[in-house]
Design a protein around this ligand. Structure first.
Ligand SMILES: [Zn+2]
Length: 258
């Protein structure tokens, strides 16, 4: 279920985009029209949005009391405050079982499955300064730090000619399903998810993590849809701020190292 504040944010978004419709079903998730508008901002009303069942996308590899293979132990639910977005910078197979060894709470497959690898109330070393309070979400695949600039793609030595992938809508929907699941589960356990972060903000080695396309389609959507905060235009804890190539309303550039 969506909380009151979230509902307000969704309804503001809908009002701004002319999406208030009598058949909008806000109960149990984001209205398909709203999600479609977030995914496809140029054509908010012209599209015939797919019916998305968030629950169908979720794959739970761990039960409620299981920690998962890379857990460093449990943490209290009330210490969870945010979600950090990552890209794997490599390509995993579609099989959810292949994600068990990843140091993150979620892995989002290219086809849009949201795979819960570790429960939110476990400590996982995914994001430097964000480890203690954030849930780590890994988008499977390798993506340019700034979409359209091949120099911002991390490449392994074994694959120096690698070209960046583009996000499919299904993978974006899988990520949003994971975020919604996390917000709801943490709330059910008495906590509150308030932030959405990029690994770039906590690591100077991860300037392209998760990259502009993931930030715009997942990070900014999470801000618009659930009112999550990224700390603002200058916020970083050991890394670099969100650059204006990722969020046009911000001032720092991708290459700014100050
Ligand atoms: Zn990362």
């Amino acid at each position: 279920m969506l909380g009151d504040e979230t509902l307000d944010a969704v309804q503001d978004f809908q009002r701004d985009h002319g999406l208030i419709r009598e058949d909008a079903d806000l109960l149990g998730g984001i209205a398909p029209q709203t999600l479609a508008a977030i995914l496809n901002p140029e054509t908010p009303c012209a599209c015939d949005p797919p019916t998305i069942s968030m629950e169908d996308r979720i794959v739970l590899l761990v039960g409620p009391d299981e920690e998962g293979r890379r857990s460093k132990g449990k943490r209290p639910w009330h210490e969870i405050r945010g979600i950090t977005l990552h890209q794997t910078a490599c390509l995993f197979a579609e099989d959810p079982n292949r994600y068990r060894g990843i140091r993150a709470h979620w892995g989002i497959t290219r086809a849009g499955k949201a795979v819960l690898i570790h429960n939110p109330n476990t400590r996982v070393m995914h994001g430097n300064s964000f480890n203690n309070h954030d849930v780590g979400l890994e988008m499977n695949g390798f993506y340019e730090g700034v979409q359209g600039d091949p120099k911002t793609l991390w490449r392994p030595k074994a694959d120096p000619k690698r070209q960046g992938l583009r996000l499919e809508a299904a993978q974006v929907e899988g990520a949003l399903a994971a975020i919604e699941w996390t917000i709801n589960e943490v709330a059910r356990q008495g906590g509150k998810v308030e932030s959405i972060h990029a690994h770039r903000q906590s690591s100077k080695m991860r300037t392209s993590d998760p990259g502009s396309e993931i930030w715009q389609k997942v990070g900014l959507a999470a801000k618009a849809c659930w009112g999550l905060k990224d700390g603002g235009p200058l916020f970083a804890v050991g890394g670099y701020p969100i650059p204006r190539e990722w969020d046009p309303s911000y001032t720092r550039t991708y290459k700014d190292r100050s």
